[in-house]
Write a protein that binds this ligand. Structure first.
Ligand code: AMP
Ligand code: ZN
Ligand code: FE
Ligand code: FE
Length: 282
C-alpha cells in the first residue's frame, strides 16, 4: 500500500493536548492519515471515545501511551504501543502515574504560592483534576498561571518557574526506565524511545540504547530529514522498529500539526499485527 500514513504520536485533552479524543480522529482524516496512535502522557483515557469515533471513520487506531520515567535524575519519555487498552497492568500503572501527578501538582502549587502566585485546583479544567484517569501536567499549570494573570505566555511560565532549574520545578517521575520497560513488556506492549533528539545527556542516551527497547522514534514533528538520519541508523543497526509521529498537542504547539511526521504501512502493520496477536492470545 503506497499512500498509507500513520501518525504514532499525539496528545488529546486527556493529557496536555487541546483536541478532544473524538475530534483528533476527525482531524487525522482531514490531515490525510489512515492510521493513528494516541499517546497521551501516562493515560489511556482517550481510548473509549476515540475508538468509537475511529470505528465510524477510515482511521485505523492502535493503542498507545507516552510514559514519563526518570534515569540519572533526568526525565525520559517512553512510548508504548500495541498493548490491550483493557490490560490491568497498564491501567494500574496509569493510575499510579495519575496519583503521582496529583501529588506533584500540589507540590508545584505550594511553591508557586510561596512565590506570590497562589493557585487552587479550581483554576484548572476539571477533566485534568478529577478521576483516577486524569493526567494533569505542567502545561495545565502554565495555562492556570496565564488565566490568573501571573504570566503572559506558556513559554514565560516554563522559562521563569516550571522548567528544570527554575524555582517552582518539581521532577516529573520517580519511576525508572527499567520499571517502565518491565510493565510495558508484561502487558505485551512494545517500548519505544521517544524523541531521542531531546535527550541532552549523553550518558542517559547511551544507557537507554543498551536497554531492552523494541524501537526508537526516528521521525518527529517537522524536523528536517537530515536530523532523522542518526536515529534511523541506530534503529537499523539494532534491528529496532523505527516509529514516527508529530507529537501534536493542538494550538499550544502550532509548529507540530497532526501528520507532520508519520510512518508507512509496513511499520504500522508491525504494530497493528502485534496488537491483533495480543487480542487473539487474550
Ligand atoms: P509534564 O509531563 O507535566 O512534566 O509536562 C511535560 C510537557 O510540558 C511536555 O510534554 C511539553 O508539552 C511541555 N513542556 C515541557 N517543557 C516545556 C517548555 N520549556 N516550554 C513549553 N512547554 C514545555
Ligand atoms: Zn505534552
Ligand atoms: Fe514527550
Ligand atoms: Fe508527546
Amino acid at each position: 500500500m503506497i499512500d498509507f500514513r500513520a501518525d504514532l504520536h499525539c496528545h488529546t485533552t486527556c493529557s496536555d493536548g487541546t483536541t478532544s479524543p473524538g475530534d483528533i480522529i476527525k482531524f487525522a482524516e482531514d490531515a490525510g492519515l489512515q492510521g493513528l496512535s494516541i499517546t497521551d502522557h501516562d493515560t489511556i483515557a482517550a481510548y473509549p471515545e476515540a475508538s468509537l469515533i475511529a470505528a465510524e471513520s477510515n482511521i485505523s487506531l492502535i493503542p498507545g501511551v507516552e510514559f514519563s520515567a526518570v534515569h540519572r535524575q533526568k526525565s525520559v519519555h517512553i512510548l508504548a504501543y500495541s498493548f490491550s487498552v483493557d490490560s490491568p497492568i497498564i491501567k494500574e500503572f496509569c493510575q499510579l502515574h495519575c496519583h503521582r501527578r496529583q501529588e506533584r501538582t500540589q507540590a508545584i502549587i505550594k511553591l508557586l504560592t510561596q512565590h506570590g502566585m497562589p493557585l487552587t485546583l479550581d483554576d484548572f479544567p476539571s477533566a485534568c483534576t478529577s478521576g483516577k484517569n486524569s493526567s494533569i501536567g505542567r502545561p495545565h499549570i502554565a495555562a492556570a498561571l496565564i488565566k490568573k494573570g501571573y504570566v503572559k505566555t506558556i513559554q514565560e511560565a516554563f522559562s521563569n518557574y516550571l522548567k528544570e532549574g527554575m524555582p517552582c520545578f518539581v521532577p516529573s517521575s520517580s519511576i525508572s526506565v527499567e520499571e517502565t520497560l518491565d510493565i510495558i513488556h508484561k502487558a505485551k506492549g512494545l517500548a519505544i524511545i521517544a524523541h531521542p533528539h531531546l535527550i541532552e545527556n549523553v550518558e542517559v542516551l547511551h544507557d537507554l540504547l543498551k536497554m531492552g527497547f523494541d524501537g526508537i522514534e526516528g521521525y518527529y514533528g517537522r524536523l528536517p530529514a537530515a536530523s532523522h538520519e542518526r536515529w534511523l541508523k541506530i534503529g537499523m543497526r539494532k534491528g529496532w522498529i523505527i516509529t514516527g509521529g508529530s507529537d501534536y498537542h493542538g494550538f499550544i504547539k502550532p509548529n507540530q500539526p497532526l501528520g507532520s511526521s508519520w510512518v508507512n504501512y509496513e511499520t504500522f502493520s508491525i504494530l497493528l499485527n502485534h496488537y491483533l496477536s495480543n487480542k487473539t492470545s487474550g
